[in-house]
Design a protein. Structure first.
Length: 274
């Protein structure tokens, strides 16, 4: 049994040996992490898992190329394959549908999943979400262009967080060590090579498809996000008919960490609504 809290359960999802957390009981909620260097579902959702699992069955996988899921040789890191993995996970767990909470890259994946398999998705929560067209920010370009070093990791964490008190030497060391685990940087650098605007574009869903979504959607964004522009949230609000928006002031790209209690309360209330 691993003592690493990032490693939990494992199963095959669309041919990918997938590491996933499965906690709580009730209506299923799928949490999809972002795409930072060394990220895992646990690193992304560690403050949300205990809070949300008191009311829901919460499933948080490491997507292919991230965390402790398989990194097959010659794997194509693209939206089609990530959607297939997400659906494969639901199939393997014998879940007909789940609400989906997507962070950043995970928001683009949540949108693509809802568009391609609308019957598998109950409600959507999109946090600091990619998935609509935008000009890549300097912050995102630096995140995706990460080359492992402790100083580089610290400068990235400064971009992620509005509250600099969160960016401790301990956290920087922890995330740096995560980013240099065997295979982690190789898959990460293979995903988003320069020029990186094309990966923003590749993760965008067609506006007409977003506009046609029938799902009730909660959009959450940090006002001071340097990675994904706040305008994305307004664009999604405009496009999705059954949507609402909550913007946190004094908040960067880490809503679920910088405003953990409020974020968890907001998401739980929205998902629990009839």
């Amino acid at each position: 049994m691993s003592t690493n809290p990032e490693i939990a359960n494992s199963l095959q999802a669309a041919g990918i040996q997938t590491n996933y957390h499965d906690v709580g009981s009730g209506e299923p909620v799928l949490l999809i992490h972002g795409s930072g260097p060394g990220v895992s579902a646990w690193a992304n959702w560690r403050l949300s898992l205990p809070a949300l699992s008191s009311k829901f069955r919460v499933i948080a996988p490491d997507m292919a190329g991230f965390g402790f899921s398989e990194r097959p040789a010659h794997y194509q890191y693209n939206m089609q394959n990530w959607v297939a993995q997400a659906v494969g996970l639901l199939d393997a767990l014998e879940l007909e549908r789940a609400s989906v909470v997507g962070n950043s890259f995970g928001g683009a994946l949540a949108l693509a999943l809802a568009i391609r398999h609308p019957e598998r998705v109950n409600k959507l929560v999109l946090m600091g979400s990619v998935g609509v067209p935008f000009k890549i920010t300097e912050g995102l370009d630096r995140v995706w262009g990460y080359e492992p070093s402790l100083s580089m990791m610290k400068s990235l964490l400064d971009i992620f967080a509005y509250n600099r008190a969160l960016v401790t030497d301990e956290l920087a060391e922890l995330r740096y060590q995560a980013s240099i685990r065997p295979g982690f940087q190789e898959s990460f650098s293979a995903m988003f090579p320069a020029p990186r605007q094309r990966w923003v574009d590749a993760m965008s869903s067609a506006l007409a498809d977003i506009r046609a979504l029938p799902h009730h959607t909660l959009i959450i964004h940090g006002r001071d996000d340097q990675v994904i522009p706040l305008q994305n949230a307004y664009d999604l609000l405009d496009l999705i008919e059954h949507s609402e928006l909550h913007v946190f002031g004094q908040c960067g790209h880490w809503t679920q960490i910088e405003h953990a209690a409020s974020f968890n309360q907001l998401v739980a209330e929205f998902l629990g609504r009839a």
